[in-house]
Design a protein around this ligand. Structure first.
Ligand code: CS2
Length: 499
């Protein structure tokens, strides 16, 4: 193999002979955005849109400073530092070709555990107009059982006791906003990019709960000086594999320690509520709307829930990628029935959206055989995903006495998945903040299936709903008695397979 070229600023001109690279002057960029959670999704989405904007227009105020909040983010921190914030985005097209570009929008990078004060100061910098977040569904510290902020979380207790060396996003934001207030600086926008219905509302509600205890006199200032737009974000971004890194070397001669791979589809629908200004992201494909709720509902309950359906069933069948699960005829029928009979009746009329086309496009996206999205990735942190992706459909359907059979089946399948092994003896990687509790209840559920529904921080009071519990138990028993494949066939039988 020819010598590969290491990806960094110095080598950019040489790399530009292989694939498109930023031609804007990165050294002129001021940091206007601090982004917390610098994983693959941010790099395939917000940083991608911002890079396009910096490339197409000569704006200089919207460079991104990436912040890694968690100890285990050392690897990404060291990698991006060594590469001057540069990385390759590899879009895996539907025909199997790869569209590649080096993304240059991330110009600064901070590792919070190493120097918390640097992060607080950066967030308080007068140039910064937006703090955006991809901190995952579980990162909002919301407890489904109490429907409130979880003050029991030891990390939150730590932040309350040590405000200058915080560990959670709530501690960081509070300190930074306090500094802005004390210094007479302007406010800014806190922009959630996580998969949560009303993600801006959730970010505000959780932050305000924390501030009320930590710095009550800051509440009024935040109310007037900080905005929290809701947004729907979308682009399937699997974990990067060793093969992806190798292929980039062999096909483009580029040595990038952590490229990002994603699907061609992308969507970003945002409420236009940016108190300190924003990049003109609409010029590069983002949609600004007055009300993002319908888009969020549609995406969370069809795409993200659809992913969980394929992931959980796929794991029980022994598959390892989403496209494998999607290409199984019975799983595919299951998904279509779930989307058509159980989710669609809860969505009502969505202004400006052709729901049928959307559902068809999802089937195509899930089936993209080049993406190889990992079932492990999709099933990870399901304890935080299920209450957001699937349970709102269940509650709405129970309320209107609609079908819940497939939703209850998925919860039963999740209870079995949480045993950490499928019926064929394959070990399942249950990567979940609640792993121990899930497993404990999953074991009890082998004799008493409803015991699994006692996990209140996931299921709230669902265990008291007889219709749901009966449907769930019967699905559970069917899976155990007949095996997953026959149970899926059974539940699909006699139901129209129409999305
Ligand atoms: C996935 C999402 O994490 C999950 O379970 O459903 O990461 C999904 O790929 C993205 O939201 C796509 O926009």
């Amino acid at each position: 193999m020819k010598n590969t070229i290491k990806l960094n600023q110095k080598n950019l001109a040489e790399i530009a002979n292989q694939i498109p690279c930023p031609t804007y002057n990165r050294t002129l960029l001021k940091t206007g955005i601090v982004h917390v959670g610098i994983g693959g999704f941010h790099r395939a989405h917000e940083a991608f849109y911002t890079d396009q904007l910096l490339q197409d227009q000569s704006v200089t105020e919207w460079g991104i400073c990436g912040v890694a909040l968690l100890d285990y983010d050392t690897k990404i921190y060291n990698t991006l530092k060594a590469q001057d914030g540069l990385y390759t985005l590899i879009i895996k097209e539907l025909d199997g070709t790869h569209t590649k570009r080096v993304i240059g929008a991330i110009t600064e990078f901070l590792f919070a555990p190493e120097n918390p004060n640097k992060v607080i100061e950066k967030m308080a910098s007068p140039d910064v107009k937006i703090i955006s977040l991809t901190i995952t569904e579980g990162g909002y510290n919301y407890n489904e059982a109490t429907k409130a902020f979880d003050f029991e979380n030891p990390l939150i207790q730590h932040d309350l006791e040590h405000p200058n060396t915080p560990k959670t996003i709530f501690g960081y934001l509070t300190q930074a906003l306090k500094l802005r207030q004390e210094r007479g600086l302007k406010g800014l926008t806190i922009q959630s990019c996580d998969n949560i219905q009303g993600n801006g509302h959730m970010a505000k509600r959780m932050l305000m709960s924390y501030v009320k205890t930590a710095e009550p006199e800051l509440l009024a200032w935040i109310e007037t000086n900080v905005s929290f737009p809701n947004a729907m974000v979308d682009r399937i971004t699997p974990a990067t594999s060793a093969l992806d890194i190798e292929t980039l070397k062999t096909t483009s001669n580029i040595d990038d320690a952590w490229p990002v791979v994603c699907e061609p589809f992308k969507q970003w629908v945002i409420e236009d509520h940016f108190i300190a200004g924003r990049p003109a992201w609409e010029t590069v494909g983002a949609q600004f709307v007055d009300d993002v709720v319908p888009y969020e509902k549609m995406k969370l309950s069809l795409l993200n829930a659809g992913h969980s359906v394929l992931g959980i069933l796929g794991a029980l069948y022994g598959y390892s990628t989403i496209d494998e699960a999607a290409s199984n005829a019975d799983i595919s029928s299951f998904l279509r029935i779930y989307m058509g009979n159980e989710v669609t009746p809860t969505l009502g009329h969505l202004e400006g959206i052709n729901l049928k086309n959307y559902k068809f496009s999802l089937i195509q996206r899930f089936g993209n055989t080049y993406i190889k999205d990992q079932i492990d990735r999709i099933c990870s942190q399901s304890s935080a995903k299920i209450p957001i992706f699937i349970l709102p459909t269940v509650y709405a359907q129970l309320e209107q006495k609609g079908a819940i059979d497939h939703a209850a089946f998925i919860i039963a399948a999740f209870a079995i998945y949480s045993l950490g092994i499928n019926e064929f003896g394959t070990q399942l990687i249950v990567k979940d903040a609640m792993e121990t509790e899930l497993n404990k209840k999953a074991i009890i559920a082998r004799n008493t299936p409803e015991a699994f529904l006692e996990i209140e921080s996931i299921f709230g009071t669902l265990k008291n709903n007889k219709t749901f519990v009966d449907t769930y138990i019967s699905a559970y028993q069917n899976i155990v008695k007949n095996g997953i494949e026959k149970a899926v066939k059974d539940i699909n039988s006699n139901v129209l397979n129409e999305i």
